[in-house]
Design a protein around this ligand. Sequence first.
Ligand code: NOJ
Length: 532
Amino acid sequence: MEAHRSDARWWHGATLYQVYVRSWLDTDGDGYGDLAGVIAKLDYLAWLGVDGIWLSPTMPSPDDDWGYDVCDYLGVHPELGTLDDLDRLIAEAAQRGMRILLDLVPNHTSTAHPWFADAISGPDSAHRGFYVWADPAPGGGPPNNWLDATGHSAWAFDEASGQYYLHNFLASQADLNWWEPGVHEAFREILRFWFDRGVAGFRIDVAHGLYKDAELRDDPPSAAGATDRLHSRFGLEPVYSANRPQAHSVFRDWRTIAEGYSPPRLLLGETWVAGLDRMAAFHGQGDELQLTFNFPFIFADFTAPALRGIVADTLAALPAGECPVWAASNHDISRFPSRWGGGDERKARLALLVLATLPGTFVLYYGDEIAMTDVDVPPALRRDRMTSGGLGAAGGRDRARSPMQWDAGPSAGFTAAGAVPWLPYGDHAARNVAAQREDPASVLRLCHDLIALRRAEFGGRIAGYRELPGPPGLWTYRVDGLLVAANFTGGPAALDGPVGPVVASSGHGVLDRGILAPWAGVITRPGSGRVS
Ligand code: NOJ
């Protein structure tokens, strides 16, 4: 058995990989990926150089939001497998030096959860206080102006009691009431249940949202446009429906639990906030979340000034010793090879080169490593209820959830021949793992080599980063002993002075006599030579 390559802070300098389980590998021919499929591809992820695997929701759920509507926090969704499968996955991953993180959804439960069934049975029920109930507004109608993730009122009326319950997402995802101590106790037990089984940590869904304003004040209008998903929720600024400061006390509590394990369990927040200072606040004094997703970076334009500005601001905002996170895709947004790259593979390669050389934790979304692009899902085949009403364009979130492209065969290596995949395939003939693994010049091989370099150079540490001066479209930085030059323009860029031997580059021959090709990046080892 290979020992874990790490210690108490194994995610420093590490590479995490998000597996959207339903889209990864289907081993039983039902068209949905499953846990057995994750186990079957562990060798692939180990080859790629992954340290930790974040599984999208695995718990039982009616799947109105594909697992983000949990009805049992201590189980495994029967369509994905069993608890035994998950135990086996944890053990088999460990044998390959990898850890498993689960997705935890503490902001809301499915209305099919027994807590909610009890809560809606009447105002005196034991779990009534687990959810956010409110009387109608004085003139009738919803208690306030809060909007859900589809743009409609976030309140659903319960005829029987004459009260509304809150749902910041779908009506079948009832928000939990974190002012209720019983909710805290329930989640402590959930954390311990999974940590005891060897789960290495959680990605925490809607980490910024847990507490709601105690007075249920209206959200104010947002200065940002209604389609700016980072700053506004359909034209409102969610300062009362979410983003309350009390959430920090929850994460301090969970951190204490996480630190009670060896190695400490990892808390990685889905901190969907616009300000880097607000994101950084979720690290507390180094006593809350160890990692936070950086949405300002994810939503930035693909330009050198935009991205390097956010990197500088992120490093300045984080408390000393805290670890930044660099990701560019996930299951809720357009994939970066489309969003940033417009399908131009040079840009996807450049993005990977930068992501893999920034200090901290690098998170790949499945398919990033082969530069999978968004898939145009025709309306009749869409499966995401939340975005059918307008969040995101052209296929909503389904476009980023198509089956992993394993090979060029008729079912993309994803499912059995003739089985119908839950979402349509992308262009797997053009882009797939099997072909790219054979091709030394492929994006996959580039990604593999970048991850290996990353591990060798700064595994187990948060590397030192220093931006170097240069023209606006050329982002040049030192990261520990390496120099990275990234040309974010459509023209050639001259590198200033000797840069030392090339260690890796985004493509063959992109650096020629000091001239870096358009949309190309290079990593060199300057040694003691002049670097700028
Ligand atoms: C964020 C998740 O990533 C998304 O997929 C989900 O719909 C919402 N939270 C609600 O749980």
